[in-house]
Ligand binder design. Structure first.
Ligand SMILES: Cc1cc2nc3c(=O)[nH]c(=O)nc-3n(C[C@H](O)[C@H](O)[C@H](O)COP(=O)(O)O)c2cc1C
Length: 191
């Protein structure tokens, strides 16, 4: 079944490298017949959290960019988090993006594609994100997709150096996410 999958990217850093990995995953999701929505916190220019979307009282108007994101997340069937590791933790732009919302994630799966410049692929940040996504009601699938040396793995357009290896890895990862997304979509439809 065709799904709508949001790809949440978590860096606003000058010269950020992970955007190439996010672009690769956006293309990989589309190639499997789904709608992919890449959420770039730089483009949305999200403020540091002062108020969650749900904390706006009736009649109060949330900022336009926050309202737009709310709708994108609400309409999504699954989430892919593309996150760097900063000081053994998820990058703050990722946590800030996540924290603006809550019910929008509920009863949908997430999948974590972590990365780093170094050899470990950001897996320590992924472990924290697993706990965060569980709390948000969007538990992560068992598979992770870590990318070490992200600067070497993809060019600036998101094209992988080793295309066949990445196709196999991303197909395994996305295939598992689709299974959970379809199962939970069916369950949500019954409620
Ligand atoms: C504040 C900061 C902390 C970092 N801490 C880690 C770390 O704990 N582990 C790691 O593997 N890389 C770490 N790095 C290196 C990042 O993996 C690398 O800069 C990566 O490109 C960050 O993603 P981005 O370019 O998309 O922002 C750190 C980088 C920054 C800027």
């Amino acid at each position: 079944m065709a799904l709508t999958i949001s790809i949440l990217f978590g860096s606003v850093r000058d010269g950020r490298l992970g955007i190439r990995y996010a672009k690769y995953l956006e293309a990989a999701v589309k190639a499997r017949g789904h709608t992919a929505v890449l959420i770039d916190p730089l483009e949305f220019d999200l403020p540091l959290l002062r108020k969650r979307f749900s904390d706006y009282a009736p009649g109060q108007t949330p900022p336009e960019n926050v309202a737009k994101l709310h709708k994108i997340l609400l309409d999504s069937d699954a989430f892919i988090l593309v996150s760097a590791e900063y000081n053994h933790a998820p990058a703050p732009a990722m946590l800030n993006l996540l924290d603006h919302f809550k019910s929008e994630y509920e009863s949908k799966p997430s999948a974590i594609a972590c990365y780093s410049y170094g050899p470990f692929g950001g897996v320590r940040a992924a472990m924290t994100l697993r706990a965060v996504m569980g709390e948000l009601g969007a538990s992560s699938i068992p598979r992770l997709l870590p990318c070490p040396a992200v600067h070497e793995a993809f060019d600036g357009n998101g094209l992988p150096k080793d295309e066949s290896a990445w196709k196999k890895r991303s197909d395994d990862f996305l295939g598992q996410l689709e299974w959970y997304a379809n199962a939970l979509k069916g369950a949500r439809a019954k409620n």
